[in-house]
Ligand binder design. Structure first.
Ligand code: KPL
Length: 364
């Protein structure tokens, strides 16, 4: 698998801009992707590449113009995303970029949609910048792990969509950001092809708002499909999010605590701990009324461990880099659900509770 993308090998693409000084084409919808982490870069590069391909072959595109929004200021208004596919192919795409602080000063039309791809604990601060710039009809899609950002955002904004994906991506360390070249370069390794589900958050009371959220979800699924990704509409995204949370809760805290790769969970003593974690998770999800996967929770978790054996899971990467982890977004909803259903954290979830305490105490 290729982990770097030598500039000469790259097939450099440009978006609606021909030069750094030009303003974006006025026509067409804009999608803001907030959070240039691994998944944000993967989504931006995927759509930008597909949009340019459509432009080249059909002279127009069904895909939106893209604005990537990050915390850091960039020297230029474009960045290049160097994406390496799981097969080792490198593709580079130029994408309009702004820092979140500059967002309100930019002369761009209001976005047709917003994808929030930050870590779950960064959602409130991202939202504080974005909310004043949009109206209540703008569809906003949460791409966060866990289940803490989504219910919080549903309280703030009526047009809420959620995505759950098994696409794997990470940021190659050596190419985190190269500021000496223009445009600045952001690398992403697409580690493995997966499946994405997109759906509307269920708590929309008003039918008109709910049907326009559904239309937005259908449109966004079509964007990803047009870009060649496996993506489907989910009528029950809440259950999909719980399933992903269950897998993350069985794997991430253990590998982060013991600083091991996912595949080492198949060996003792960790295999016994995975079993116990799955038992505890099952207890909570049964109480919450979440339907199990067809072959049961243990089989699902084993299958993901096998498929990602060589991975350093996201929570381990965060621990190793001294960053805040998503422990609260992943274990928090299980703990709250347990308490809601009268379970005891110490008696019914002893392992998860211990992991929660240990990992929470290590947060920077
Ligand atoms: O999604 C993951 C993560 O790293 O957060 C898993 C499934 C644990 C794979 O590494």
């Amino acid at each position: 698998m290729t982990t770097s993308t030598p500039a000469d090998d790259n097939h450099t693409l440009s978006t609606a801009f021909d030069s750094l000084s030009q303003r974006p084409a006025a026509a067409g919808d804009w999608l803001w992707i907030v959070g240039p982490g691994a998944i944000g870069r993967l989504l931006a590069a995927t759509l930008a590449h597909a949009r340019l391909r459509e432009m080249a072959t059909q002279g127009r595109s069904t895909l939106p113009n893209l604005l990537l929004v990050g915390r850091r200021a960039s020297v230029s208004e474009m960045v290049t995303i160097d994406m390496t596919s799981p097969e080792g192919q490198a593709v580079s795409s130029e994408i309009t970029y702004t820092s979140i602080d500059q967002l309100r000063t930019l002369p761009y039309p209001p976005p047709a949609a917003i994808w929030l791809a930050t870590k779950s604990h960064a959602i409130e601060s991202a939202w504080a910048h974005v909310a004043p710039l949009i109206d209540s009809r703008t569809p906003v899609t949460c791409w966060q792990n866990g289940l803490s950002a989504q219910p919080w955002l549903a309280e703030q904004h009526p047009q809420l969509l959620c995505a759950s994906t098994t696409e794997g991506a990470w940021i190659p360390e050596s190419t985190a950001l190269a500021t000496h070249t223009l445009p600045e370069r952001l690398a992403v390794q697409h580690a493995g092809h997966g499946q994405t589900w997109l759906g509307t958050w269920s708590s929309q009371a008003d039918p008109a708002s709910s049907s326009s959220a559904m239309a937005a979800a259908e449109r966004q699924v079509a964007w990803l499909q047009a870009a060649g990704r496996e993506c489907d509409l989910s009528a029950d995204i809440g259950t999909r999010l719980w399933h992903k949370l269950a897998v993350n809760a069985a794997i991430n805290p253990l590998v982060a605590r013991f600083r091991i790769r996912n595949g080492q969970l198949r060996d003792r003593p960790f295999s016994l701990m995975v079993r116990q974690a799955v038992d505890e998770i099952t207890r909570v999800l049964e109480a919450e009324g979440i339907a199990p996967p067809p072959n049961g929770w243990q089989a699902l978790v084993d299958q993901v461990i096998r498929a990602t054996a060589n991975n350093r899971a996201s929570m381990l990467q965060d621990v190793l880099a001294g960053r805040t982890t998503e422990v609260e977004a992943i274990l928090g909803p299980l703990r709250h659900a347990a308490l809601r259903h009268g379970l005891s954290l110490t008696d019914d979830l002893p392992l998860l509770e211990q992991l929660h305490t240990q990992l929470s105490s290590q947060q920077p």
